[in-house]
Design a protein. Structure first.
Length: 261
């Protein structure tokens, strides 16, 4: 997606793309980080933050999940935090009946200065970090939840695989410089290390705040093979998950059982 500052427009685009995914046979779909709003400034998210369990963004995704009979990982959306000045960057999972069945709050916040770019990010100024790794059972398999910057912290994914994860969701809004250097490498590394599928939904292109995201949405299998990708533009990436083949590889190549630390 290329989300902008208007929530209603972003939800309309998300609805069209989710419908396309469902028509292609998807049973599980992942939206990008910040799919509902990419504002001109950080405070824009505060203005549309919702109470957990209620609000137009959550209601829209719930309705779409039920209408399309589709499990949806709602990238991240802004939920009200404990402080009036900060929000929870929450990744919510809705089942095919429109029920919210899981919530993961982004643990690792993006507080960095981009090398050779005049870009400074301080997510901790407006975000409250999560604390708990989350795995949820879906029709496609056991899904471990994560968000964007989390991908740089392999210990989180070890926690998820130890809890049985077969798939890993990585909704993201990667910067262009870091995306060019590290995006595919990190996704494929997490897939190989944990013998997991990786579902990487991405923001792409220039946004209202003047910054640009990298894109390159892709699905990677448990052996590190890229099954499908869309490098640029808005669209849908679809692939089949074969958990039986995954289980056979995990049995014959039992690297996860060989962990010492």
């Amino acid at each position: 997606m290329n989300s902008g500052p208007e929530v209603a427009h972003n939800l309309s685009v998300a609805g069209d793309l989710l419908s396309e995914a469902a028509a292609a046979g998807a049973v599980l779909a992942v939206l990008p980080e910040n799919f509902a709003i990419m504002g001109a400034k950080e405070a824009d998210r505060l203005a549309v933050a919702e109470t957990a369990g209620a609000g137009p963004i959550q209601e829209a995704i719930s309705t779409l999940a039920q209408k399309l009979s589709l499990w949806i990982v709602a990238g991240t959306l802004p939920l009200k935090g404990e402080s009036a000045r900060r929000i929870a960057p929450a990744s919510l999972v809705f089942d095919a009946n429109g029920r919210q069945v899981a919530r993961y709050d982004k643990i690792h916040l993006f507080d960095v200065d981009i090398p050779e770019k005049r870009e400074i990010y301080r997510e901790s100024a407006t975000f409250e970090p999560g604390k708990e790794p989350i795995v949820v059972e879906t029709p496609a398999g056991l899904l471990g939840l994560s968000v964007c910057y989390d991908i740089r912290f392999p210990e989180l994914y070890r926690q998820l695989s130890a809890r049985g994860a077969q798939l890993l969701a990585v909704p993201a809004a990667f910067t262009v410089p870091t995306g060019l250097a590290h995006w595919e490498v990190l996704l494929r590394a997490r897939a190989v290390e944990n013998l997991c599928y990786v579902l990487a939904a991405a923001q792409w292109g220039p946004h209202a705040n003047g910054r640009e995201t990298y894109g390159d949405a892709m699905i990677v299998d448990y052996w590190g093979r890229v099954l499908a990708r869309q490098a640029t533009g808005a669209g849908v990436v679809v692939a089949e998950v074969d958990t039986a083949a995954q289980a056979a590889v995990r049995e014959g190549f039992p690297a996860l059982k060989h962990r010492v630390f």
